[in-house]
Design a binder for this molecule. Sequence first.
Ligand SMILES: *Cc1c(COP(=O)(O)O)cnc(C)c1O
Length: 391
Amino acid sequence: MNADNFNALMPITARPPAAMVKGRGSYLWDERGARYLDFIQGWAVNALGHCPDVIVNALTHQAKALITPSPALHNGPQWALAERLVELSGLHQVHFANSGAEANEAAVKLARKWAQHHRAGADHIITTEHSFHGRTLAMMAASGKPGWGSLFPPTVPGFRHVPFGDVAAMRDAITERTMALMVEPVQGEAGVIVPPSNYLRDLRRLADEYGLLLIFDEIQTGVGRLGTFFAFETDAIRPDIVTLGKGLGGGVPISAMIAAKPACCFEYGDQGGTYNGNPLMTAVALAVVEQVANPHFLANVRTNGARLRAGLGELAKQWPIRCIRGVGLLTAIELSDGNAVAVADAAFNEGLLINAPRPTSIRLMPALNVSGDEIDRACTLLDRAFAKLGR
Ligand SMILES: *Cc1c(COP(=O)(O)O)cnc(C)c1O
């Protein structure tokens, strides 16, 4: 492989020249043999780190038995995973898809169908500014990323945006055309924005008061990322619809849309997808869920999240860090001055992978089973990166 004359791929993002060839746990190796401590983990995807035995075993075992029968035939792993997710969520039924955006599309379709039955004439969903819900045309319209509305006109209608964390703004935006409220419990791509406490509970009350559906996009926050299996558990409430992706497959593509009984209104022909719920992916997700849903595992996520933020707090005494945000193992650093991309590049050169979702914020999303030593090492490498930048 030689990135310098590798032109067969459409350019959609800047990438370092060397290709990655091997992963194990919290470490990744490139073709030149350089090793990286990975605090991106495929974008908060590899819940159990790179190439864990549970996933390799689930994949090889299931691949030998059955890979894809057809979405129009039942398979065992799909049943088992759906049952487990229903049990963990306290909701009623599950629909599987292959990516986060696709699960959100299914959630919007379900909400529109529900509204046709229960809120005639309503077809709008209120989402939040700076939210991220995926890259399909409808999810770009749902997302509150500045500038996204006009990138690929015409824009899909049906979405309104209000500031995140602001229940009064949400209430003010409700009209007779509103059918649902849709938020990320913690905004991920916006730079790990944690809402005021009780925000989710207040949204639940608001949705109940106006007879609206409450949709949580837990594609980044779910499957243990925040130290509980679902983020909404912290507020002791339940949404009407929740979507999962990223960590659910621990590195393989699978997503899910889970809904409460009153919202489960799909009929034959309403929704489908060639690969939906195939046993290869559902067998892997089942293995991931079994590990992550263990209370000891989740307690460890909380402990290690606190350790990471304490370590970063030490760095803040010396380097231009304005604040540290986060819950569980989803953490961001807000720089008081400087360029987050430059910090991420400097960290890369020290052998640490971190991401800059916004010009002044850096996000860390290690494997959920990262060790305390690996967290300490990440802080050391980041300290060196800041020192190299000489600030
Ligand atoms: C990543 C993400 C998505 C989109 O998931 P894809 O698998 O990339 O389609 C949607 N919502 C949130 C909150 C995400 O973090």
